[in-house]
Design a protein. Structure first.
Length: 404
């Protein structure tokens, strides 16, 4: 890779700013949105900040979580919801104070259905809704982690189509790289996962992409750089240097089409995604083929940087995942949404790193978005928002404002 963006001066690694720990074990999953972590570790972006990043590919999100909590991994490419779930003690692990150092990307996850459903004409949301409510057998959908982004996109999308994700279908957990083989074997009828596995299923003739995650929420939060709070407190300079290295790598990738192409080539290697370039590159460039004959250039495709907009860890982004945990019964009562987000999201550290790199930084801690069902989310009243949905899992939560 030709790094045509000059590195930041070495002053950052000297004196009182020097990283306290120089060699870091960084976990990642075989997904296209690990790109900036892989590029930072392998293309010379960490050295100017006094760091060596040892990449550790993980086979499941549960394994990655356990190694992050135990300290075997210093930081990791992680699901947004996973970090908040560990912090809140959801999902069979004891609560551990966690930290989101930065966002790694927005958009670019997919909901795919099987070839068998395609042959039966279940190729639209309306057809799926009819099939689910008329069929005697329950469909089985896979997502990648019970509190992860994919579970939340799948549940949100199904509910927006009038399908209750906990009652009308079965939901199972499958690691992303195993989705296609599960689909092929007929063990699942559909899945929600990150790229390149959605595109790979289409390319291998194993079904089609029914919805993208950006059609659910344009420019939604997705993966983050996560670690324990203890890591940030023990190694604050290291944490900041790590953010700077990965932020510089994310900016580099989006600097030119050539850089995106070389990144796709790098990711396709056995050590990283171990997947064909043809499954990785098109959707990395925003070029979609859904397997139903539709081709388009997506205006909200994978964003790894977007002038820093994809990287700022907005409080409202973290809060949204907690509202969905509440909606689907993963939380028995409302947490202190804002308080928890302020504990987890390392906004001051991120802004420090971004300003040192000259990356633009929104002064706001919240952002406003409109999702597929027309409901706006801005973080202003999370408890009411969690209660506002027509479909939810909680007996103690009558819908305050029924949305259809």
């Amino acid at each position: 890779m030709n790094n045509d963006i000059p590195p930041t001066p070495l002053a950052w690694v000297n004196g009182s700013d020097a990283p306290e720990k120089h060699s870091l074990n960084i976990g990642f999953m075989a997904l296209s949105d690990c790109a900036s972590v892989v590029v930072a570790a392998t293309q010379g972006f960490a050295q100017p900040y006094g760091l060596t990043l040892n990449l550790k590919r993980q086979s499941s999100w549960a394994g990655l979580r356990d190694k992050l909590v135990s300290g075997e991994l210093d930081a990791a490419h992680s699901l947004y919801g996973l970090i908040f779930a560990v912090h809140l003690g959801i999902g069979g692990t004891s609560a551990t104070n966690m930290a989101v150092l930065m966002g790694l990307n927005q958009n670019a996850q997919g909901i795919n259905l099987s070839s068998a459903l395609q042959r039966q004409g279940v190729t639209s949301p309306e057809a799926l809704e009819r099939f689910v409510h008329q069929s005697r057998t329950k469909l089985t959908f896979a997502q990648t982690f019970p509190t992860g982004t994919h579970a939340m996109w799948l549940y949100y999308w199904l509910a927006s189509q009038g399908i209750h994700p906990l009652h009308d279908v079965d939901s199972v957990v499958v690691p992303p790289a195993q989705m296609i083989s599960h689909l092929q074997a007929g063990r699942i009828d559909g899945f929600c996962a990150g790229e390149p596995w959605s595109a790979g299923a289409v390319e291998q003739g194993q079904g089609f992409t029914l919805a993208t995650s950006q059609s659910i929420w344009p420019d939604h939060p997705e993966k983050v750089l996560g670690c324990t709070r203890a890591f940030v407190e023990q190694y604050p300079n290291t944490a900041r240097a790590l953010v700077m290295a990965i932020l510089a790598a994310s900016r580099f990738i989006e600097h030119s089409p050539e850089n995106r192409h070389s990144t796709a080539q790098l990711l396709s290697g056995k050590a990283y995604l171990d997947a064909p370039l043809s499954s990785i590159e098109p959707r990395l460039l925003g070029l979609y083929d859904d397997g139903l004959g539709n081709h388009w250039h997506d205006p909200h495709a994978l964003r790894l940087h977007d002038q820093g907009r994809a990287n700022l860890p907005y409080l409202s982004d973290g809060m949204w995942f907690m509202t969905q945990f509440r909606r689907w019964g993963l939380l028995r009562e409302d947490p202190d949404y804002l308080g928890v987000a302020r504990q987890v999201q390392q906004l001051a550290l991120y802004r420090d790193a971004a300003s040192a790199l000259g990356v633009p930084c929104d002064a706001q801690n919240m952002r406003s978005s409109q999702l597929i069902d027309g409901i706006a989310w801005d973080g202003s009243d999370p408890a009411a928002y969690a209660r506002s949905f027509r479909l939810h899992a909680l007996a103690d939560m009558p819908a305050a404002r029924a949305h259809h």
